[in-house]
Design a binder for this molecule. Structure first.
Ligand SMILES: C[S@@+](CC[C@H](N)C(=O)[O-])C[C@H]1O[C@@H](n2cnc3c(N)ncnc32)[C@H](O)[C@@H]1O
Length: 304
């Protein structure tokens, strides 16, 4: 309840009221000035959500960064707690659905936190090695947080891919992948990362830019449960159990409260599928597959 109250107070403070327009005494010039003033107000008061709170857009990135800094060290345990360990099965299914061929160039965005860094990248390289005996596939991992990438390099240094040119790492914001050239990748993945980004539409547009024609966008993310009975249990688990686990496991209730709130604020499956199409991708069928009653979903689109 307290977060709801906090949310309301914050939004009242941050969202500037619309300027009233009186028509009968307003000249065209005054109206134009008011329009310009209104536009300025709208631009200045751009807000986004951070969990259930409204925050100025420019603050979200650092708030998210702080969350992942707070949960570092315990994130992998919490990922298990949040998904009841099922995230591993989802990730296996994600790679099977990708079915990469030999020599595939993958860009894995928002690569991860602690031991999760490289979950997608390693599964991908293992798949290419085991299924195709291929050592020409490569993965570029990016994350906004340099600390996460350092952890990823450590993890990779203990794998068969150490000292090969199959894995590279860049600190990058998913909304602006300036180190990644246009049309350079075969597949783009983002797993449990996109809901933390401020402008989801920009993330998807960047994915479109960096993919080669024929390339594939794939997103694995917590999503919305449709079944009312399961949804009720899921809500209780999310809002009453996970924050308590966060407190017990990591002595950090707030970060885990954010994680569950951010899941509810992420667009539902149909809406996100439409955003993917709006960015220029073609989707097959409805464009997504629900996993575990919609607790998570895989969205996919092709750059045709
Ligand atoms: C939940 S973790 C990802 C976990 C991992 N991909 C996995 O499969 O388990 C979210 C990651 O997104 C990263 N992140 C958040 N905002 C980002 C952004 N705008 N651009 C790139 N990475 C971002 C965080 O630093 C964090 O490492």
């Amino acid at each position: 309840m307290s977060y709801l109250l906090r949310s309301r107070v914050t939004s009242t403070r941050l969202v500037t009221p619309i300027i009233k327009r009186t028509c009968f005494s307003t000249t065209a010039r005054q109206f134009q000035q008011q329009q310009q003033q209104q536009q300025k107000v709208d631009q200045e008061s751009k807000v986004t959500h951070f969990g259930f709170r409204d925050v100025p857009e420019e603050q979200k990135e650092s708030l998210v960064r702080q969350v992942f800094a707070n949960v570092a060290g315990n994130y992998d345990v919490m990922n298990d707690a949040m998904s009841l360990g099922i995230h591993r099965i989802w990730k296996d299914q994600f790679i099977r659905s990708m079915a990469p061929g030999p020599g595939t160039k993958l860009l894995d965005v928002a690569g991860g936190t602690d031991k999760n860094l490289g979950d997608i990248a390693l599964r991908f390289l293992d798949y290419c090695r085991n299924i195709h005996q291929d050592s020409t596939a490569s993965v570029t991992m990016v994350d906004i947080n340099p600390h996460m990438l350092e952890e990823g390099k450590k993890r990779f240094s203990k794998t068969p891919y150490a000292n090969t040119n199959q894995a590279s790492f860049f600190v990058q914001n998913a909304e602006n992948l300036e180190e990644i050239p246009d049309e350079s990748m075969d597949v783009y993945t983002i797993a449990f990362g996109i809901r933390n980004c401020t402008h989801v539409d920009r993330v998807v547009k960047e994915a479109y830019r960096v993919l080669k024609p024929g390339g594939r966008f794939m997103c694995l993310e917590f999503s919305q449960v449709d079944n009312p009975v399961i949804s009720k249990f899921y809500d209780i688990y999310s809002f009453d159990v996970i924050p308590v686990l966060g407190q017990v496991i990591a002595q950090d209730r707030d970060s885990y409260q954010y994680l569950v709130e951010s899941i509810r604020k992420f667009p539902p499956q149909e809406k996100f599928a439409q955003m993917i199409r709006d960015a220029g991708f073609s989707t097959v069928g409805k464009g997504y597959e629900d996993l575990t009653f919609g607790v998570a979903a895989v969205h996919s689109g092709y750059k045709i």
